[in-house]
Design a protein. Structure first.
Lengths: 109, 115
């Protein structure tokens, strides 16, 4: 079993739909990262959080430390949101990230 | 451009050849990470540097792999005697200090194809 699990692996949506991507982890963490990867490899850091909730534009990230679970929400999804979204755990007392396998999102007009 | 840059973007090589990749991090960042990503998978940690010191290496990093960051600025990753299983995207990332509570900034990666 991977230390960081994401669901779903693939997600399709119509433009305007509300999207939720889930991440569960089994390690103690100091921070949880959400990243976006577009075709061609470029990875952009979206959020880094250790508690509560963060919002940036149409993106919202939440984390429940007790349940070891985080979610990434996209409101009013748009075709330009199509990408792979990756959850990564910054395990406690280490200096590297443990990545999930990613969720491939396709938003159709 | 003050982002993380990697060179080359693509590398095609024959099995058994040596290859070297370069990463230039954001200038004020003293942490530099190398990751490897294969199709459909998340990135896997290879190694990281704090300034010029290589602090951790993954078991994935066989003796054919070596990484350096001689002056604490750019880094190189060399693969000797490449094998087809080395084909992957090699990603570099940098951050300022303080463990993984800081955002990582990634380069666009070097796509390696070993024929």
């Amino acid at each position: 079993k991977n230390e960081v699990e994401q669901s779903p692996q693939n997600l399709t949506a119509q433009e305007g739909e509300f999207i939720t991507i889930n991440c569960s982890y089994s390690v103690g963490i100091s921070a949880l990262h959400w990243l976006q990867q577009h075709p061609g490899g470029g990875i952009v850091s979206l959020f880094m959080l250790s508690s509560g909730k963060k919002k940036h534009g149409r993106l919202i990230a939440t984390i429940n430390i007790q349940e070891k679970h985080s979610s990434l929400h996209i409101t009013a999804s748009h075709p330009r949101d199509s990408a792979v979204y990756i959850c990564a755990a910054g395990a406690y007392n280490t200096d590297k990230l443990i990545f999930g396998t990613g969720t491939r999102l396709q938003v159709f007009p | 451009d003050t982002g993380v840059s990697q060179d080359p973007r693509h590398k095609i090589t024959k099995r058994g050849q040596n290859v070297t990749f370069r990463c230039d991090p954001i200038s004020e960042h003293n942490r530099l990470y190398w990751y490897r990503q294969t199709l459909g998978q998340g990135p896997e940690f290879l190694t990281y540097f704090q300034n010029e010191a290589q602090l951790e290496k993954s078991r994935l990093l066989s003796d054919r792999f070596s990484a350096e960051r001689p002056k604490g600025s750019f880094s190189t990753l060399e693969i000797q005697r490449t094998e087809q299983g080395d084909s992957a995207m090699y990603l570099c990332a940098s951050s300022s200090d303080i463990r993984v509570r800081e955002k990582l900034f990634f380069g666009s990666g070097t796509q390696l194809s070993v024929l």
